[in-house]
Ligand binder design. Structure first.
Ligand code: SF4
Length: 136
């Protein structure tokens, strides 16, 4: 089940082990999606909707990473979560599947995600981390 569906089912930032700002960003996207959702299978509909939003409701003149302070905040939160998890990593298969999603994403530039500013070969190993657009 993708994260957006878990939020739809009432899971909180704490339940999902993610920073509140990330949860709020996902919840805002989910709320926008729900306005036009026709009730078809959630995951397929949501991912198709997200793919369209990259060109429409989430306009960006050009893909640039977030500010340095936001990146520091994101990396710090990820490092804390990683340590709290006992330094657990996802499987090689999960890591590769995540990178495959990134490879086909318009926000992916030179190994980095322009949404979160993270280097994806590293972030994709962390079980508590997720795509801000809900792709993984
Ligand atoms: S994490 Fe999500 S938004 Fe960022 S590059 Fe990967 S698929 Fe795209």
């Amino acid at each position: 089940m993708i994260i957006a569906e878990q939020i739809l089912n009432g899971m909180t930032a704490e339940d999902l082990g993610m920073p509140i700002y990330e949860w709020e960003s996902r919840k805002n996207l989910l709320d926008k999606f729900l306005l036009s959702w026709d009730g078809e299978e959630f995951e397929t509909s949501y991912l198709a909707w997200i793919a369209k939003q990259e060109d429409t409701t989430l306009p960006r003149k050009e893909s640039v990473p977030p500010s340095i302070s936001k990146q520091v905040k994101t990396v710090s939160a990820a490092a804390i979560q990683f340590a709290r998890s006992g330094f657990k990593r996802v499987t090689q298969e999960e890591h590769d599947a995540r990178l495959e999603q990134c490879a086909g994403c318009t926000e992916f530039k030179k190994g980095r995600c322009m949404r979160c500013g993270c280097y994806m070969t590293l972030k994709a190993w962390l079980p508590q981390q997720h795509c801000l657009l809900g792709k993984w």
